[in-house]
Ligand binder design. Sequence first.
Ligand SMILES: [Mn+2]
Length: 185
Amino acid sequence: MGNHKTVPPEELQDFYNKALFYAAAAHNGQFYAGNLPYITHVCMVAAEVLAADRIEPLKNIKDAVQIALLHDVLEDTPVTKEEMLEHFDSSVVSGVDLLTKKDGQPLLEYLNGIHAGGSDIATIKMCDRIINLQKPPAHWGVEKIAEYYEESLKILEICGGRSEYVSGRLKRKIELYEEMFMKKE
Ligand SMILES: [Mn+2]
């Protein structure tokens, strides 16, 4: 990491690009929704956060947009917190850490940690799930799809209410998911 230097950030879009470069390097070689580069996913989550901020301003959009772009780095790549701290504020790294589900960590413990992390972190988690509520992978069976649906309801229950707009959007995505992928005639 760190081979992709950007000029020192001054404004939101500079912080966006710095985090994007770092995440793109970290996720290099990973894929999303079949054969798209994984970075597609984190850009979608960041766009969701930026759109939400226009309607209901987050507490700290500068941190939030970086956390959104970096949110899967600790969970899905070999990058460590210590390495990230050389490049990003501790508030950004601790936000990413809260969004990282540890091996064997129970879902409720994970979600309660996010809830305790504040409204911006909870909002980013909801944005992540909004983006992930797409057509399930072909190898997912009925049970796995139902499990993902239930997990999404838990995210809405625990993280929702922090942002009315994002909660509403997640609720509609969950309903759509049920409608499209669970109701069998
Ligand atoms: Mn994600």
